[in-house]
Design a binder for this molecule. Sequence first.
Ligand code: G3P
Ligand code: CA
Length: 328
Amino acid sequence: MASARADAASGPDHRNPPMSANAKIVIAHRGASGYLPEHTLPAYAMAYALGADYIEPDLVMTADQHLICLHDIHLESTTDVEQQFPQRARADGRWYAADFTLAEIQQLNVTERTKTDGTRVFPGRFKADAQGFKVPTFVSLVELVQSLNRETGRDVGIYPETKAPVFHDDENLPIERVLLARLAEYGYAGRHAKVFIQSFGFDNLREMRETLGSDLPMIQLISHAPAYDALVTPAGLDAIAQYADGIGPDKKRIADTDGALVEHAHARGLQVHPYTFRADQLPPGTPRLEDELRQYYFDYGVDGLFTDFTDIAVEIVHPDYRARLHPR
Ligand code: G3P
Ligand code: CA
């Protein structure tokens, strides 16, 4: 463990405390992905304009070790790689970003997400034959947010996720080291930096905290899969509190416990940022996204949440910020 981290961990204030009601945050999940193709600069810019507090890029690495903003280690669900590079699939029939250079990936066009049968995941979203959307580099996202911050005087943060850390290790792609290097180059430093690093990896954040010596804010993601059950036990939360600043659970984990998970995390100084809230994918019996968001922000008391519809969440927790697009 880095010495700075050891000092920080010894005191009760080494993590940001749970946020007050007016400080609850809106995390733009893959940008304003309810309105524009996910993980594109237009989607990030729109999320910024809609009032997001943090903008989320999922990150994977190219063959030449550039960080790109992409949800999957594969390219075919959100790009036209199959048409442009028909011979570059692996034996499993999938096109891996790790097999392409950045220059090659920048030739691709990003479209709305499709399933393996070619149908759209969210049929009501942006038109399928969109043109001009590209896979951004992480650096281009950071420069977009920092430039807009300078212009507007706002202080919007970034919320990068290291995708598939075991896969990247197996491919000899040092995603954690490169992420920390880029963040340092762009001035993100210390435990109050306007960044949260997130990961579903069981050892990934601990590696960045203890082996690589980062003291940046970190969020342990917790899926609804049984493999993650141990992380929400008292012992699991105690362990997370040793290296992370909060948890990012599947929202069903909070509903499953009628909010008790939030209390248990807060008792350990951990923030709680559940995912993912969508107006076009509501839970049964919930007619409007607003209702679901209020339940999680105010009944369960979460500190922030990931949503595809930044404007709707902003209207709830930052009502003075005026920008709303989604029809009532
Ligand atoms: O990272 C938390 C949230 O984004 C949910 O995960 O699968 O959309 O990256 P995913
Ligand atoms: Ca993510």
